[in-house]
Design a protein around this ligand. Structure first.
Ligand code: HEC
Ligand code: HEC
Ligand code: HEC
Ligand code: HEC
Length: 119
């Protein structure tokens, strides 16, 4: 009985630690829900445990999502295809910003012309 009780309290304790670690992370810097839910870690993008202002390379994104030709295939039904344009292979984060809402760079020049569903 005591043995069961102590394993329950260990479970509760670790749950609590997990939760407070998560809310602490949230306070420091916000992440989009799709990456938060998928458990994408700071290191996966920044390649360092304590991220600084250093830019995040598209290579980090491509490790999980694939390169431009792959992304072009994924969004082949979008008109026009944001991953296959006259802008070429610009950094992913020009549009998919992570700690701020995403922006579709195309619309800076083609305002109101196209509709996208970016995350
Ligand atoms: C999915 C990729 C990704 C993940 C995961 C991620 N970041 Fe970032 N981070 C970026 C990008 C991209 C930038 C550049 C600014 C931007 O586009 O939002 C950035 C910028 C930053 C900056 C500089 C802020 C500034 O104002 O320039 C800090 C600090 C930072 N991230 C901390 C973190 C921490 C801490 C975590 C984990 C909790 C984290 N990041 C997780 C992609 C990521
Ligand atoms: C460690 C792997 C990993 C890294 C690194 C990563 N992602 Fe993701 N990303 C995921 C997973 C897992 C999901 C959720 C499942 C999905 O929708 O593909 C996701 C979701 C997304 C989505 C939403 C997909 C949708 O269906 O709308 C976008 C956009 C995205 N990531 C872009 C990026 C960009 C840009 C970077 C680099 C700054 C990046 N990711 C870095 C794994 C990663
Ligand atoms: C010029 C802006 C822009 C750039 C740069 C960009 N994307 Fe996107 N991305 C978009 C838009 C817009 C969508 C949504 C398209 C739609 O409406 O279906 C999207 C959708 C996505 C999705 C979700 C696809 C799906 O439907 O499942 C992923 C994942 C993604 N991008 C990853 C990347 C990666 C990785 C890079 C860099 C190699 C990148 N993007 C570069 C604008 C961009
Ligand atoms: C710096 C401004 C600028 C940005 C950013 C930009 N474009 Fe353009 N785009 C132009 C100009 C200028 C033209 C040629 C004039 C025109 O057709 O509107 C053009 C032409 C086009 C055309 C051909 C138009 C047609 O009706 O035949 C498409 C499609 C297009 N852009 C898509 C995109 C996409 C997708 C993005 C984002 C990935 C993008 N553009 C980003 C300036 C821009």
């Amino acid at each position: 009985m005591t043995r069961v009780n102590s394993s329950i309290s260990i479970v509760i304790l670790s749950l609590f630690c997990g939760l407070s670690a998560q809310s602490q992370e949230k306070k420091t810097v916000s992440q989009p829900p799709h990456h938060l839910k998928a458990g994408v870690h700071c290191f996966d993008c920044h390649q360092e445990e304590k991220p600084t202002k250093k830019a995040v390379a598209s290579d980090s994104c491509m490790t999980c999502h694939g390169d431009y030709p792959a992304m072009k295939a994924v969004t082949k039904n979008a008109k026009p295809n944001p991953h296959d344009s006259h802008l070429g292979e610009i950094p992913c984060t020009e549009c998919h910003r992570q700690h701020q809402p995403p922006v579709v760079k195309c619309l800076e020049c083609h305002e109101g012309k196209y509709k996208f569903n970016i995350r």
